[in-house]
Write a protein that binds this ligand. Structure first.
Ligand SMILES: NC(=O)c1ccc[n+]([C@@H]2O[C@H](COP(=O)([O-])OP(=O)(O)OC[C@H]3O[C@@H](n4cnc5c(N)ncnc54)[C@H](OP(=O)(O)O)[C@@H]3O)[C@@H](O)[C@H]2O)c1
Length: 294
């Protein structure tokens, strides 16, 4: 008998950090330390991502739906994308939405009592029951409306992305478990790191070999608040308040990064990304990409 085929996660599978950031100007420590620094260099920009355990801004539909589409769209039928996050980011997702559907949520925690795992797995079961009830109600409504055949799902349940959750003690353990549980059966799609600051930091630190060898990409939504006056004139930028920041500020070659082209980002995320600024109320957003240099 031929040996069983194994599909472990290839080290060429990129780790994609997906994040929304807003520029926060701060007095730079090095600038403050020297009186010879020219005035123009005395400010640095940090990229704010959070405030008091949640996002710094009210709901931005364009960004939230981009995040949902990109992280849940698998690269091929029969696979499911993974979203790796810190326990605090998991907690920041509204209770009725977690774990997020059609994705494998991987929650990283130092908790050794088992209570985080228990809580996540209980929420997973409740979510699956709710999703099944919604799907059944939809199918019944379609049959009643005489559209049974027209709305029959294009994919069988086995081919649809799964909704699952894993709780692990580190990023390395997260990749290993994804490999054992999903990779081995060829069911793993793309792997995203969705935050927060601690987990972005862990994925960018030169840690294990498995992490260092993997291509690292960032899909970033820039967010700025620029209210428009009643006469239609764009006002000055009003920064958001932030207490949590992305661990990288500059994406220059000097810092080991390069900007990706619109075509590359489009290919990474599976939909058109133009890099244009789009307005939603007082806020403007722009999607861009970066790749870590070898
Ligand atoms: N703008 C965005 O795109 C975006 C995206 C995501 C999150 N956020 C924001 O970011 C903030 C949360 O970020 P955060 O940095 O405070 O928290 P986080 O990274 O989401 O979670 C931190 C937690 O992860 C666990 N953890 C971290 N490092 C670990 C390690 N090396 N080993 C094992 N477990 C580890 C610990 O969980 P335990 O305490 O359970 O041990 C730790 O308390 C929130 O405000 C959130 O809204 C923003």
């Amino acid at each position: 008998m031929p040996p069983p085929t194994t599909h472990s996660i290839p080290s060429s599978l990129p780790l994609t950090l997906i994040v929304a950031t807003t520029p926060i100007r701060v007095a730079s420590a090095s600038a403050a330390a020297t009186t010879t620094t020219p005035p123009s260099d005395q400010n640095a920009t940090r990229l704010g991502i959070g405030l008091k355990g949640t996002l710094p801004w009210p709901r931005i539909k364009a960004d939230m739906s981009f995040f949902a589409r990109v992280t849940s769209r698998p690269p091929k039928q029969g696979t499911t994308n993974a979203i790796i996050m810190g326990r605090k980011t998991y907690d920041s997702v509204p209770k009725h939405l977690r774990p997020l559907g059609k994705r494998i949520s991987v929650v990283i925690t130092r908790d050794q009592t088992g209570s985080v795992r228990e809580g996540v797995l209980q929420e997973l079961e409740a979510r699956k029951v709710k999703m099944a009830a919604t799907a059944k109600a939809k199918a019944e409504a379609a049959v009643e409306a005489g559209q049974g055949q027209a709305t029959a799902p294009a994919q069988s349940p086995a081919e649809e992305p799964a909704t699952d959750a894993i709780v692990t003690p580190s990023l390395d353990a997260a990749l290993e478990q994804l490999d054992t549980v999903y990779g081995a059966e060829g069911r793993l799609g793309k792997v995203f790191v969705i935050g927060g600051a601690e987990i972005y930091g862990a994925s960018l630190r030169a840690g294990s070999e498995a992490l260092m060898k993997r291509p690292v990409r960032i899909v970033m939504t820039h967010v700025v608040r620029k209210p428009v006056s009643e006469s239609g004139e764009e006002g000055v930028e009003q920064p958001f308040e932030c207490d949590t920041f992305f661990p990288v500020e500059k994406f220059t070659a000097e810092n080991g990064w390069r900007s990706a082209s619109e075509e590359e980002v489009t290919e990474w995320v599976g939909e058109d990304v133009t890099g244009e600024w789009k307005r939603e109320g007082d806020v403007e957003v722009q999607m861009v990409g970066y790749e870590r240099l070898d």
